[in-house]
Design a binder for this molecule. Structure first.
Ligand code: AMP
Ligand code: GLY
Length: 441
């Protein structure tokens, strides 16, 4: 079964859903979240013959075409638990880290509900930079040298003695804004004052680490204790504009089939980083049971960890999951039940996805602008921030849509995806024209 060439259209998936839904006694799944990542998860679940009903909380306009949207916030743990109990949900899958950090997995398990995601304690691998760095040093997982501080003067003294640029990371969830790359002492002083004197993000500590260089990539694995199932590698594009210019965003595009990673690199990253981290978490008494996301860098002195996340990446998930040939329900179910899963099968070929964002994003932007032309788009269209207004599809977020195409190689996938992107008509969207430029430069 080749899912990638060509990817079925959303319309085809919808028709399949209409045939399957409710007329078989399949499983009911609740997906938590409402962005492109959750749309890709819902899309993968909708390909499972074992799943007959999908809820998504809160979902979005596109997700609502493939699942039943539930108007509950992703951090409303009590509300979501009550919903899952009342609606006989067989399995819940958690997208965002905020829900994990709010303890949704602990609360669901205590209520006897099956859920795919890490406990609050295990989520520390993402939510606490200091926990993650200590873990890596204790278990010999390669990462940058660091020290952690709560005192402004001590932090400043340490930074003064290290080479610049220096990397300053607020130790806690900071919605992707807690990292400052300071090019000189003055910039470091300002950032440290912001984090440790003014407490702009809260009362957390600051991790100061050495600056590494090299291409970054994302390694997502399903993890259940010591069992680690790798997914295809992908690369995000964090800057807003072509040529990696402009402000940092949540991600403007992604692709699989990284030209700069050899099979030996992947083997090293799998064994020496992802598997070691999974074993380390077991040894620490906080086993993982969900997705471990390694934000890795191929430096001149080998592959090193920039950060770990305790969840699927966004927009990486949108390019990775379309390649999955196995039934994703089986993987989620096995991991959530703590039993071995069959090794997931992945299609050959590559995927490439382009994000269409509201003009002005990641700064201020307008919402409610009409979007047209989606019906003619081949491949997959994942909704990131959309809504229906009086039956019309409109923009409702910074990142709005992601179009993903498959191909035999990146040139093929890139040509296809931009052809599809140009079919979408909206007065207020922009996108990068150079996704996967690394492969063409
Ligand atoms: P993080 O939130 O830790 O992923 O950091 C956000 C971004 O900052 C990363 O994706 C990197 O581009 C950059 N960054 C973080 N740590 C380092 C480092 N030690 N050296 C170079 N760049 C880094
Ligand atoms: N793509 C970056 C993230 O999901 O954190």
């Amino acid at each position: 079964m080749g899912l990638v060439y060509p990817l079925p259209t959303l319309q085809e998936v919808k028709v399949a859903k209409e045939i399957n839904l409710e007329d078989c006694l399949g499983k009911t799944v609740l997906v938590i979240g409402g962005g492109g990542r959750e749309h890709a998860i819902v899309d993968a679940l909708s390909r499972s013959p074992k799943v007959s009903k999908i809820y998504c909380a809160p979902g979005n306009a596109g997700i609502g075409e493939q699942a039943f949207n539930v108007p509950l916030k992703d951090t409303d743990v009590e509300g979501l638990k009550a919903f899952a109990l009342e609606n006989s949900v067989d399995l819940t899958v958690v997208g965002p880290e905020a829900a994990l950090a709010a303890g949704i997995v602990d609360a669901f398990r205590a209520a006897g509900l099956k859920i795919f995601g890490h406990t609050k304690a295990a989520t520390a691998i993402e939510s606490s930079k200091e926990f993650a760095k200590e873990l890596m040093f204790k278990y010999g997982i390669p990462t940058a040298e660091y020290r952690s501080f709560s005192d402004y003067e001590e932090a400043l003294e340490y930074v003064s003695g290290r080479p610049f640029p220096a990397v300053l990371k607020y130790d806690g969830l900071a919605a992707g804004k807690g990292v400052v790359i300071a090019s000189d002492l003055e910039e470091a002083r300002k950032a440290l004052a912001d984090m440790l004197l003014d407490h702009s993000f809260g009362q957390g500590r600051v991790v100061v680490e050495d600056f590494l260089t090299g291409p970054e990539f994302s390694f997502l694995c399903f993890v259940d204790g010591e069992r680690v199932y790798p997914m295809p590698l992908s690369q995000d594009h964090k800057r807003a504009f072509d040529g990696d210019k402009g402000p940092n965003t949540g991600g403007m595009g992604a692709y699989t089939g990284l030209p700069f990673i050899t099979p030996e690199d992947k083997e090293f990253a799998f064994k020496e980083i992802m598997c070691k981290a999974a074993s380390a978490m077991v040894a620490e008494g906080v086993p993982l049971s969900g997705v471990l996301y390694g934000g890795l860098m191929k430096t001149p002195s080998g592959i090193k960890v920039i950060e770990f996340n305790a969840r699927f990446g966004d927009p990486e998930t949108e390019v990775v999951l379309p390649l999955l040939e196995s039934d994703i329900f089986d993987i989620f179910d096995a991991v959530a039940s703590g039993v071995p899963a069959d090794e997931p099968r992945w299609a050959d070929g590559v995927t490439l996805g382009v994000v269409l964002a509201s003009k002005g994003y990641p700064g201020k932007y307008e919402k409610g602008v009409v979007i047209e032309g989606l019906d003619g788009v081949q491949g997959r269209v994942y909704h990131m921030g959309t809504a229906f207004r009086d039956g019309t599809l409109v923009t409702a977020g910074g990142r709005v849509l992601m179009v993903v195409s498959g191909g035999s190689d990146l040139a093929d996938a890139r040509a296809k995806v931009y052809e599809e992107v140009r079919k979408i008509r909206c007065g207020n969207l922009f996108y990068r024209n150079d996704i996967a430029h690394c492969a063409f430069d």
